[in-house]
Design a protein around this ligand. Structure first.
Ligand SMILES: Nc1nc2c(ncn2[C@@H]2O[C@H](COP(=O)(O)O[C@H]3[C@@H](O)[C@H](n4cnc5c(=O)[nH]c(N)nc54)O[C@@H]3COP(=O)(O)O)[C@@H](O)[C@H]2O)c(=O)[nH]1
Length: 568
């Protein structure tokens, strides 16, 4: 299915917008959660003093009224009034205490028994623990402030008006709830009631029910504060509205949403870009191969004993339709999948013969080129005719062409053995590339009958380390020598690595950035030309320092302290 660019643009735009919106939503929800937690914490903090105040009031009311009811003195005697005054003196929250019967004061600490006001108390509500509450009763009412009077048994106690004002003030911004096992009945300051199903009050809990936030601290024996509460209130619960908190923090929420949206938008754009690139890559590659739009670079291979460039490896390069470089490790397998591997090999050979043909045709030089083949190339009956045809047309001898097979390419043993045999029969050299990374045992190497092994760069990079690869490297070199195989060391980047290989009494070639990165044809030919000029200019016995081998590369084992197992 081929996507037209504008359709792709539409899909991408929608997907990016969607991802951005989802990111914003996720960010907003995180912000909302944070704001909610913060608001709940504040409410929790708010609820605590209210609850504590109520708790101390209730505890003291129980205490003072219990003590009064326990007095053994005769009713309203001077001794009893004296005892009541003493209780009042020690009280924190009460301003009056007295005897009551049928809603009438019999005597009290403040009025004694002789100058009693004419007052009739009417109960506002009763609690299950036997406490009755009266509100705003003369003569105790203080204008503008609620006054609460509690009665238990034969005695009443009047709360301090300051305390009532304090609680009243706290209650103005809060709601106080009666508690049930699984529900809360809220009685707002306005007297409004609501049921909040599903809420369980625990000690010091905070939470949210619908849009309401609550922070609650439950204390045993607390009393109800609300005008219309029936039953005992166990918890002082402070409420706020989540929407109000969210509204107050809207700039913070916007920031959270932004912080969620931006990375999601960018990531989705990147993912889509990669996806479209990947999706359209095969089509682009097929077109590029057919239109001969791959290009090829050449990396020098040097003889480590002389330092001369003796060969070049042809490496394919490709820029996709967006001008972005795609690595051969990505597009070569893709070409193989699409049955185009041999086309790539054909292009590689054609470009190489075109770019380096003169050097390859020269009878004076042993210069050779290395071309990579894939597993499917080996099985392709067109391979040999293609090679023969191209070389014949270019007038280049088959022995100038070295074919590199990765270890994985030789995994199908019978196919590989047969192909290697035929290639060598035609005069080509064959070598195993990336040796040591996988499939070929040294015994298999013997059956494969290749000419050379190219030691994978992982081994080169392990030189001087204690890694396993570093330890087995000398054994590979020794066994290769035993099998009469030429060795090419890949990935030489520093002089110490070159010196390590040169120190073995073996014909070892080297390839790596130390000698040159893959170069375009012009650059590579200039390097060869410079080397040839130097060879002519420098007397034969002094030509160790040549193009491709920096002066500082030591040539002998004693030039370096080797730490690998091979140096013992
Ligand atoms: N079938 C084909 N395979 C091809 C072709 N062109 C390349 N390839 C294979 O792709 C793999 C990746 O190659 P590339 O990215 O080109 O990397 C090569 C060198 O650039 C790199 N190299 C060389 N020297 C050094 C070094 O000192 N350090 C370092 N880190 N990297 C270095 O190694 C790659 C050469 O590898 P090899 O072929 O194993 O010698 C790679 O497997 C190519 O074979 C193609 O046309 N056809």
């Amino acid at each position: 299915m081929t996507f037209r660019p504008n359709r792709r643009l539409w899909i991408s735009t929608i997907a990016i917008l969607l991802a951005t919106a989802l990111g914003a939503l996720a960010g907003y929800l995180t912000g909302r959660h944070t704001v909610q937690n913060a608001a709940e914490a504040v409410l929790q903090q708010d609820a605590t003093p209210l609850s504590n105040t109520i708790h101390s009031l209730v505890v003291e009311s129980h205490d003072i009224l219990a003590k009064a009811n326990a007095l053994q003195t005769p009713t309203c005697s001077d001794a009893e009034i004296a005892q009541l005054r003493l209780l009042l003196y020690h009280s924190v929250n009460f301003r009056e205490i007295g005897r009551i019967r049928d809603g009438k004061i019999l005597c009290s600490a403040v009025f004694g028994k002789d100058h009693l006001p004419q007052a009739q108390f009417t109960a506002t509500y009763h609690y299950s623990d036997g406490t009755t509450v009266f509100r705003d009763m003369a003569p105790y009412v203080v204008s503008g402030t609620p006054v609460f009077i509690r009665q238990r048994g034969n005695f009443f106690a009047v709360e301090s008006p300051e305390l009532s004002v304090h609680i009243h003030e706290m209650r103005k911004t809060r709601e106080v709830f009666s508690s049930g096992a699984t529900s809360l009945t809220s009685t707002a300051p306005l007297g409004r009631s609501k049921t909040l199903p599903g809420a369980t009050i625990d000690h010091e809990t905070a939470g949210r029910i619908g849009d309401n936030l609550f922070g609650t601290v439950c204390t045993s024996g607390s009393i109800g504060l609300s005008d219309s509460v029936h039953g005992q209130v166990d918890c002082a619960t402070s409420f706020g509205s989540l929407s109000a908190a969210l509204h107050a923090q809207r700039s913070l929420l916007a920031l959270y949403a932004f912080r969620g949206a931006v990375p999601c938008g960018l990531t989705s754009a990147l993912v889509l870009l990669l996806y479209w690139r990947r999706r359209s890559m095969p089509q682009q590659l097929i077109k590029a191969i057919r239109a001969d739009r791959l290009y090829f670079v050449y990396q020098p291979i040097v003889d480590l004993s002389s330092g001369h460039i003796v060969a070049a490896e042809t490496l394919a390069r490709w820029k996709d339709d967006d001008g972005l470089q795609v690595g051969p490790d990505i597009f070569i397998p893709l070409a193989e999948e699409r049955g185009l591997a041999l086309e790539v090999a054909r292009l590689a050979l054609r470009h190489t013969l075109h770019d380096l043909g003169d050097t390859l045709r020269s009878d004076d030089s042993d210069f050779r080129v290395h071309i990579n083949l894939t597993a499917s190339d080996l099985a392709d009956p067109q391979l040999l005719p293609m090679l023969e045809d191209s070389l014949t047309k270019a007038g280049v001898s088959p022995h100038k062409l070295v074919l590199e097979l990765t270890e994985s390419a030789t995994a199908r043993h019978s196919v590989a053995i047969e192909a290697v045999h035929r290639l060598r029969e035609r005069g080509h050299s064959v070598q195993i590339d990336d040796f040591g990374t996988g499939y070929s045992s040294l015994a298999y190497l013997k059956d494969l009958a290749v000419d050379a092994i190219k030691i994978d760069k992982a081994f080169t990079q392990s030189i001087g380390t204690d890694s396993v690869t570093g330890i087995i490297l000398p054994q590979i070199l020794t066994l290769a020598a035993g099998l009469g195989l030429l060795v090419i060391a890949e990935g030489i980047e520093i002089p110490e690595q070159a010196a390590y290989f040169a120190s073995f009494d073996l014909p070892v070639m080297g390839q790596g950035w130390l000698y040159g990165k893959p170069q375009c044809p012009g650059e590579f030919l200039s390097a060869i030309a410079a080397q040839d000029e130097q060879r002519v200019a420098v007397p034969i016995e002094n030509n160790a320092t040549t193009i491709g081998v920096p002066d500082h590369v030591p040539q002998h084992q004693d030039a370096l302290q080797l730490r690998s197992a091979g140096d013992g």
